[in-house]
Design a protein around this ligand. Structure first.
Ligand code: AMP
Length: 456
């Protein structure tokens, strides 16, 4: 199944499109220093992803960056690696015998994402002197404050706790050299715009800024313009393209049969772990209860759960101690589970972009995944919207025991056809798609536009 990664999300005038030169590029070619190269080897990374190949040299040149990339593209390393390198090369970060000062700040919308970025920085900075600390709300502030007092090079933070500690004068951002705003679109969705604006007033004007967003609507471009100076634009895997490694399936089902269908799938059809999405926290809890009662190990992860409970559920899921993690969209943002086999939309999301975010949880880092959507009659318009966005028809599975009678009798016709597809391109030789990024399957399976854009 192929999806066309051809959707350009936004139009910035006077842009020069440069074909991606990252085919077969190595980390060494990105001018990364030995301690970082060693850490990448230890982590088992062999090839930079397109976003890394494009962004790292520019960030090392101290350029501001506007990057359109969703999670799963390797975007964290795209900013973390050059930050570690720049800070390491700039040397010791202390005044006399005082503690280190915060020189890089990464702001993210969710705690899970913040923790994952921190974990990745630990991995990449393993053989350098750079340290990190992470702060977020929902837990006591004392351990976080104590950590900052000891001295921190890179601070990763959610906006609320960051401003809170700053207002209490418990952290000093006046020595900041690099500022990263990650998942800016989600930040806006979650209502953090005022916090971001407040933050911009307290960080130094002289700084390097890196801005990441999965989508680039006007509101995001406007925000980016207020933060960045003469940025380099990079763009990979537009939100409207779903990775070709994710197999997508649609199951039509009556609403009251969804649980039975899910159980049938989990017991009889699917092998492996599944991240199951519900629209509400209440729905997530109810579904977990049902699955547990049916003998399936499941936990929920959503905003009403304590931070500890969320972390515990996530680590158990990662360790395959539980098979099913039921999540709401916000809680799942940034969740990175290696080799996640299935994403199941127990409820079809009513915002088409959310579908792409959800299914991008599987098929990450080159591992194949399957995205299954259980669709009842009233959710069919959502599917039509999704198909328009991803520009393809999601195949409907007709062969299952809970198919509504109407659908079986073909009275319920399969979903409406999406927009006409662009003229198919000729088959390209493996690894040689020119401007399409062209990553051979052995290195990095993600489909990417691989286009880099710089302002004239
Ligand atoms: P991200 O888009 O930053 O959330 O990264 C998605 C996943 O890809 C994470 O599990 C990373 O550890 C992994 N990853 C990032 N860069 C590479 C790479 N160059 N090679 C292999 N895996 C990578």
């Amino acid at each position: 199944m192929k999806s066309e990664g051809n959707g350009t999300l936004y139009h910035v005038p006077s842009i020069l499109y440069i074909c991606c030169s990252s085919i077969f590029m190595t980390f060494e070619q990105l001018n990364l220093i030995a301690p970082i190269l060693d850490a990448l080897k230890t982590a088992g990374y062999t090839t930079p992803t397109p976003i890394q190949a494009q962004a790292i040299p520019e960030v090392l040149q101290m350029r501001d960056l506007l990057a359109c990339a969703q999670t799963g593209t390797g975007k964290t390393a795209a900013f973390a690696l050059p930050i570690i390198q720049l800070l390491q090369q700039r040397g010791e970060n202390v005044v006399g015998k005082g503690p280190r000062r915060i020189r890089a700040l990464i702001v993210t919308p969710t705690r899970e994402l913040a923790i994952q970025i921190a974990e990745q920085i630990d991995i990449y900075g393993k053989y350098t002197k750079i340290n990190q600390s992470v702060i977020f709300g929902g837990v006591g502030q004392s351990p976080q404050v104590a950590q900052i007092r000891k001295g921190v090079d890179v601070l990763i933070a959610t906006p609320g706790r960051l401003l809170d500690l700053h207002t209490q004068r418990l952290l000093d951002l006046s020595h900041l050299e690099i500022f990263v705003l990650d998942e800016a679109d989600r930040m806006l969705d979650m209502g953090f715009i005022h916090d971001v604006r407040k933050l911009l007033k307290i960080i130094p004007v002289q700084r390097q800024s890196l801005f990441f967003s999965a989508t680039m609507p006007d509101s995001i471009i406007e925000l980016a313009n207020s933060i960045l100076t003469d940025p380099v634009h990079v763009q990979v895997t537009p939100i409207s393209s779903t990775t070709e490694l994710i197999q997508q399936q649609l199951y039509l089902v009556d609403g009251d049969q969804k649980r039975s269908l899910l159980l049938w799938l989990l017991n009889d059809q699917l092998k492996g772990r599944a991240l199951v999405f519900t629209r509400t926290k209440y729905g997530a809890d109810k579904l977990v209860k049902f699955l547990q009662q049916s003998g399936i190990k499941a936990e929920a992860i959503h905003g009403n759960k304590s931070q500890q409970a969320r972390q515990l559920a996530l680590s158990q899921f990662k360790a395959s101690k539980i098979r099913i993690l039921v999540a709401t969209d916000i809680a799942a943002r940034g969740i990175d589970v290696e080799e996640l086999e299935y994403v199941i939309n127990f409820e079809v999301p009513n915002v088409a972009e959310t579908y792409v975010h959800r299914i991008g949880r599987s098929g990450r880092a080159g591992v194949e995944g399957t995205a299954i959507s259980l669709c009842e009659e009233e959710e069919r318009p959502y599917v039509t919207d999704i198909q328009k966005l991803i520009n393809m028809e999601i195949p409907t599975v007709m062969d299952h025991p809970y198919l509504p009678v109407k659908a079986a009798n073909r009275e319920l016709v399969p979903m409406k056809k999406p927009m006409p597809k662009p003229t198919p391109k000729k088959e390209q030789p493996k690894g040689g798609q020119g401007g399409q990024g062209g990553y051979g399957k052995k290195q990095w399976h993600k489909k990417s536009t691989g286009n880099k854009t710089t302002q004239k």
